[in-house]
Design a binder for this molecule. Structure first.
Ligand code: ADP
Ligand code: SF4
Ligand code: MG
Length: 323
């Protein structure tokens, strides 16, 4: 199956940041109907990658590599009004309130997207609006409301309805639940999962939270300082993470179990952003570090079945198989 999104050897640096790149040699495929999760701590380049996919990089960025979406090459600095690969993407952001127009009812805002992007006749637009509201779990009377009359979770549902109205090839969700309380966060993640499965959406879900990604995505890509350090099916990342950073992210997920309370693990140290560093980016925080780790960059190796790739000279051993 051909990928709907193909990112090839993508590197991006912002002007004024010297030789320090926000995204480093990332290659990544998203298949039709697949949900891929991109995880990493704040500042590791997740939003920069999303902006590149949307052709929305700020002017002056230095970029190498290419992105193909639905067979069309992405222009990293898209000029407004011109057809582009961006037309195949829909995106929702962390803070839904800033993405909605405060003086227009949400029904009218969704209607405008339907009229612009779907091939429906004008007479069919109200039915499509009603259908979208049901899909995202909003009652029909919400169409008359203004953004300030909705909770954060409801606003995010409106943005999801607008994203579906675009009938895009790929939905990019950049930290869509980061601004929501814990209960609402779970509802929105469950909705994303349900929509992804029902509508066979191709989804790139971006988060700093591995548990959020695991709830929704089939494939997980872990990024550290702009570089992919591990990618694998969700089940493998959960049961046998090979890169120490992936293992650290996993150990930092709180688990509430009354019989077996577990002390929450934290990743020690901070990311080293120095651009003249050689060797593994994670070395300053890694408990498995050896002298050679600081001398050369570990390549992204694949396991024999090629389903799991990790960039580490000294990966965590696989768990022993129980007989
Ligand atoms: N407009 C910008 N100008 C200069 N540097 C930027 C800009 N946006 C992001 N960066 C830098 O690029 C790196 C990656 O940022 P970002 O993609 O926002 O990370 P994330 O979304 O993972 O938090 C960070 O070091 C950040 O400081
Ligand atoms: S290459 Fe070395 S320093 Fe880097 S993650 Fe692996 S063991 Fe740690
Ligand atoms: Mg971000």
């Amino acid at each position: 199956m051909d990928p709907i999104v193909s990112i090839r050897d993508l590197s991006i640096s912002y002007p004024g940041n010297g030789s320090r790149s926000a995204v480093k040699h990332i290659s990544l495929d998203i298949l039709p109907g697949q949900a891929v999760g991109l995880v990493g701590e704040s500042g590791c380049g997740k939003t920069t990658l999303a902006l590149a996919l949307m052709g929305m990089l700020p002017p002056g960025c230095d970029h190498r590599g290419e992105i193909i979406i639905a067979g069309q090459k992405v222009d990293f600095y898209q000029r407004p009004g011109q057809p582009s690969a961006r037309d195949h993407c829909a995106m929702i952001f962390q803070n839904p309130q800033t993405s909605l127009n405060p003086v227009i009812s949400v029904g009218t805002q969704i209607n405008r997207v339907i009229q612009r992007y779907s091939r429906l006749k004008k007479s069919a637009v109200p039915d499509r609006l009603a259908e979208l509201l049901v899909l995202v779990g909003l009652s029909d009377h919400c169409r008359k409301l203004y953004p300030h009359e909705l909770s954060g979770g409801m606003q995010q549902r409106v943005l999801l309805a607008m994203a579906l109205a675009r009938e895009a090839s790929i939905l990019i969700a950049d930290e869509p639940t980061a601004a929501l309380d814990a209960g609402t966060r779970l509802q929105i993640l469950n909705l994303l999962k349900q929509l992804q499965e029902q509508q066979k959406l191709s989804l790139l879900l971006i988060s700093h939270d591995l548990s959020a990604i695991a709830r929704v995505c089939q494939q997980v890509v872990i990024v550290y300082q702009g570089r992919v350090v591990e990618q694998a099916p969700q089940k493998l990342i959960y049961t046998q993470p090979r890169h120490p950073y992936s293992a650290g992210l996993l150990a930092a997920i709180p688990k509430i179990h009354p019989q077996r309370p577990r002390k929450l693990q934290t990743l020690l140290g901070e990311a080293n952003h120095s651009s003249d560093q050689t060797g593994c980016d994670f070395a300053s925080r890694c408990s498995r570090r050896e002298a050679y780790c600081e001398q050369q960059l570990p390549p992204l190796n694949a396991t024999l079945e090629k389903s799991q790739q990790f960039a580490c000279f000294n990966p965590r051993p696989l768990p022993a198989v129980r007989k």
